[in-house]
Design a protein around this ligand. Structure first.
Ligand code: NDP
Length: 252
């Protein structure tokens, strides 16, 4: 299949559903071979099979970004299957239930949120970086999925802190990786209609009314921004945070 990402190998963590799934589908539609690395092995396989049924190239792999051995195996699997690793999308996350009262914050929940969302992205990037640096034409790229929560105050302390940390990691790593040609950027979504919101339709409607563009986002809105940042059109962009948020950050 031809397209911007023909001959690219791509890993999307948490790619079985939601935003990660849309990102995986978009890369595959534009020619990439995609490894969907998700804790939900059956969901990852179902998404990969559906991409293949549509003529795209995709494989699935059970992967928990909180587990170093699991991450290392996923990266090795992608390199083995595709012969090249050009793009890593760090999308997997964890978000503790917001207790609404700071006194109720829980040490273990904080540890888990940071371990999956922030340290998980570090683990994946650490394993992928040597391969990304070897990508042809200095086209290696990391795209982290952050959140407007990492920029402004929308609640969920531990999740927001992890996402803010991811923005910092994006900047520091962008500088370190630049000599090897690897670019590191972050997309910060606003509210996006995904399975994470299942059963909370009323909350999505309330949120939609707050967005200057008059709706919440769809996973495809994020996939478009991620593929742009991974593409040659963004060859001189590194270390940035790109809000994709329907204008919510500039409306407050
Ligand atoms: P979903 O909850 O719909 O999907 C997340 C996927 O990641 C699931 O398949 C989940 O598997 C998997 N996953 C969870 N933990 C791990 C792990 N430790 N290792 C590997 N895979 C894991 O999420 P969204 O699509 O809504 O969100 C995707 C990204 O977008 C996240 O980074 C999130 O913070 C960000 N974002 C989302 C927003 C939204 O409104 N939806 C807003 C702002 C940012 P399982 O089913 O096993 O949990």
């Amino acid at each position: 299949m031809r397209g911007r990402f023909g001959s690219y190998g791509v890993i999307v963590t948490g790619g079985a559903r939601g935003i990660g799934e849309a990102i995986a589908r978009r890369f595959a539609a534009e020619g990439a071979a995609v490894l969907i690395a998700d804790r939900d092995a059956a969901g990852a396989e179902a998404t990969a099979a559906s991409i293949r049924a549509g003529g795209g190239s995709a494989e699935a792999c059970a992967c928990d970004v909180a587990d170093t051995a699991s991450v290392d195996a996923a990266v090795a699997r992608a390199v083995d299957a595709f012969g090249t690793l050009d793009v890593l999308v760090n999308n997997a996350y964890r978000c503790a239930e917001d207790k609404g009262r700071f006194a109720a914050e829980d040490d273990e929940e904080w540890r888990l949120d940071l371990d999956v969302t922030l340290v998980g992205a570090m683990r994946c990037t650490r394993a992928a970086l040597p391969h990304l640096a070897a990508a042809p034409g200095r086209r290696g790229a990391v795209v982290n999925i952050g959140s407007v929560n990492g920029i402004a105050s929308f609640g969920n302390h531990s999740y927001s802190a992890a996402k803010a940390g991811l923005m910092s990691l994006t900047r520091t790593l962008a500088v370190q990786a630049a000599p090897s040609g690897v670019r590191v950027n972050l997309v910060a979504p606003g509210t996006i209609r995904t399975p994470a919101w299942d059963g909370r339709e009323a909350a999505l409607e309330t949120a939609a009314a707050l967005y200057p563009l008059g709706r919440v986002g769809e996973p495809a809105d994020i996939a478009g921004a991620v593929t742009f940042l991974a593409s040659a059109d963004a060859a001189w962009i590194t270390g940035v945070t790109l809000p994709v948020d329907g204008g919510i950050l500039i409306s407050n």
